[in-house]
Design a protein around this ligand. Structure first.
Ligand code: AMP
Length: 262
């Protein structure tokens, strides 16, 4: 596995693959890798000849009051997790490598960014498309894999690729959960033992809402279970999507609507 930090190192690492016409699969991450990320890597390996994984905690998608500084970082541990998966290139740029001329970007998130996350994190999707468009420009993948865990993000990226006319196939990877159904997330590391117990109810409550479509009851149940604040429980894209707070940790999840019609 080759490691690249600068754009030049990335081009060098990919040169032979590009020259021999190999297809490139790409998995962008912010590191603190878990089995959810690794499942995306395996999906990328199925869809392309070689796989590039990026590890970059993107400052432009965090608001000043959010957890950019505290976000878990363990690049060496991440690299150890990627080695057994036969990842070809790990790209770990610095902020200066990706934003050499500052963070302004002409690429903005489209209509799929409206509502849901944007109500509570207005800066978020513009930051995501800013970094993902730069990463796509650097890696030039044929295929890129994003998790359904961040379902609205997946929809925003699909829209961005269509709007910019990029020739990149976007693939969604299923949500990987723990044995209690909790969606794996790097932010789960923030949870205390007690909070973890409560967090594990989130998937159960929205799974129920995916059957009943009763969003108000789901919100009430989340608060009753011990969540401190519910940002939203909403139906969109035939899914129930939710975001809720446990102390200083914000969790998101989503489940496809379950049709009860026969
Ligand atoms: P992050 O490092 O949190 O920015 O996530 C990088 C990619 O991994 C994104 O496409 C996420 O949607 C995806 N991802 C995060 N958690 C999971 C999970 N539990 N299952 C599947 N994909 C995930």
């Amino acid at each position: 596995m080759k490691k690249a930090v600068t754009l030049q190192e990335l081009d060098q690492a990919l040169e032979d693959y590009r020259n021999s016409g190999k297809t490139i699969g790409f998995v962008p991450t912010m590191g603190a890798l878990h089995d959810g990320h690794l499942s995306l890597v395996n999906l990328a390996k199925e869809k392309a000849d070689i796989v590039v994984v990026s590890i970059f905690v993107n400052p432009t998608q965090f608001a000043p009051h959010e957890d950019y500084d505290a976000y878990p970082r363990d690049v060496n541990g991440d690299i150890e997790k990627l080695k057994p998966l036969d990842v070809d290139v790990v790209f770990c740029p610095t902020k200066d490598d990706l934003y050499p001329d500052g963070t302004d970007s002409a690429v903005k998130a489209g209509s799929n960014a409206e509502g849901l996350e944007t109500i509570f994190r207005p800066h978020f999707f513009d930051g995501v498309v800013n970094v993902v468009s730069r990463l796509f420009d650097a890696v030039k993948p044929d295929v890129a894999v994003f998790g359904e865990k961040d379902f609205q993000q997946l929809m925003v990226i699909r829209e961005m690729v269509e709007t910019l006319g990029l020739d990149i196939e976007i693939i969604g990877g299923e949500i990987v959960r723990d044995e209690h159904g909790l969606a794996l997330s790097s932010r789960n590391a923030y949870l205390s033992t007690e909070e973890l117990e409560i967090a594990r109810q989130l998937n159960k409550i929205i799974r129920n809402a995916a059957k009943t479509k009763d969003l108000d009851t789901a919100k009430a149940e989340l608060l009753k279970t011990g969540f401190d604040k519910v940002d939203y429980v909403e139906k969109r894209w035939n899914r129930i999507l939710a975001a809720a707070w446990l102390g200083k940790t914000r969790l998101i999840d989503n489940i496809p609507v379950i049709s009860t019609e026969r």
